[in-house]
Design a binder for this molecule. Structure first.
Ligand code: UT7
Length: 340
């Protein structure tokens, strides 16, 4: 189905307007403790030079014991609500994308809901690893644009440090902890790419790639949490093609092109993947938001963290056209085009 047909299906018969999920606020939270590459050199057979050259990462934040995923997500949510000028009671939907929930159940989303003091609406978790935030944004967008819900909090929050094998230099240098959040509201738009809000979401997955990036534990298989395992070169080999495909599909669905973008906010997995994707898509380097140097790969948190950084420092302004994309375990991969 084409993007235009999708838009037509959502047109309100009464007003000839359609509902859009408009971003009202963005927020983020990073744990206090910073671990530099030099810190890792002390315990691992690695170097600052190798990590920077192969990944672009200089440091990452690592959560303390009293900073679980829900705590990071809560603080990001409060910051997003602050920018939106809304109270928790104004929300009726909370979605949390995470692969590192506080507990196997209940959902981290219901923990955050409770900590916000919110007793109305619905809250649930959603897991698509590094693409999780875009999958959650897409889900929230469907709720809001169907008219069933009015305001959604979408959080990406992770404590990946808890999943790492800190003796495995091929993986432990890559990841960090953090959280980011957006508050969205259903508002009427004209149905064109000039509307504010989420203009399209493009989601893909292919479970045949499971063994290239996975955690070797879980309640049903091992009754343990397990550790992250990755065939890095294999993941790298697929990443650029997958993300550029879904970004091209987002352009096609909305009748836009790379030249229309104000900001490109990719998942922050590897600086070389980010640069190669932007180059292949014809996106100028000065339009690319990069946080990997300071955050590392924070999985589902990386995009909302980067959005909050670029919003907070004044780069992303109301009306800007922002493309987000991600690829990760599963494999899953996704893009979304948002007019801020
Ligand atoms: O967010 C989810 C998606 N994830 C990704 O997108 C990650 C994709 N993959 C990558 O980013 C890269 O593949 C890595 C950064 C993980 C690895 O970079 P690479 O250029 O693909 O390196 P490699 O795995 O081919 O390893 C090259 C060499 C190896 O040594 P030998 O076998 O050539 O002697 C590794 O053992 O680098 C070695 N190496 C390291 N050396 C120093 C691997 N990790 C390290 C390290 N420090 N931390």
């Amino acid at each position: 189905m084409s993007g235009l047909q999708q838009m037509d299906n959502r047109v309100s018969r009464a007003s000839n307007l359609l509902l859009r999920s408009v971003v009202l606020g963005a927020g983020s939270c990073l744990p206090k403790r910073i671990v530099s590459n030099a810190d890792l050199e002390k315990t691992l057979d690695t170097t600052d030079a190798w990590i920077i050259q192969r990944t672009g990462i200089k440091q990452r934040h690592v959560a303390a014991e009293d900073e679980p995923t829900s705590r990071l997500g809560l603080l990001a949510a409060e910051a997003a609500l602050g920018e939106a000028g809304l109270k928790p009671q104004d929300l009726d939907l909370v979605l949390v994308a995470t692969s590192t929930p506080d507990y196997t159940f209940p959902a981290t989303a219901t923990q955050i809901q409770a900590m916000l003091g919110m007793t109305n609406g619905a809250a649930f978790d959603l897991q698509a690893v590094c693409s999780g935030f875009i999958f959650a944004l897409a889900a929230a967008d469907k709720f809001l644009t169907s008219g069933s819900h009015k305001r959604a909090l979408v959080v990406g929050a992770e404590t990946f440090s808890r999943l790492l094998d800190w003796t495995d230099r091929r993986t432990c240098v890559l990841f960090g902890d953090g959280a980011g959040a957006l508050v969205l509201e259903a508002r009427e738009g004209a149905g064109t790419s000039s509307d504010r809000g989420v203009l399209t979401t493009q989601l893909r997955s292919d479970g045949r790639h499971r063994d290239k990036l996975y955690v070797d534990g879980g309640p049903s298989m091992t009754q343990t949490t397990g550790h992250l395992r990755m065939a890095g070169r294999e993941v790298f080999r697929h990443a650029v093609g997958m993300v550029t495909d879904v970004v091209s599909q987002a352009f096609a669905a909305t009748g836009t092109c790379a030249g229309d973008l104000d900001w490109f906010v990719p998942h922050q997995a590897n600086r070389r993947i980010i640069d190669a994707s932007a180059e292949k898509l014809g996106i100028a380097p000065n339009k690319v938001v990069v946080t990997i140097d300071l955050h590392g790969n924070t999985s589902a948190a990386s995009i909302p963290l980067a959005l909050a950084v670029a919003r907070g420092d004044g780069r992303i302004k109301r009306g800007d056209l922002v493309m987000i994309e991600a690829m990760g375990g599963g494999f899953t991969w996704a893009s979304a085009l948002i007019r801020w």
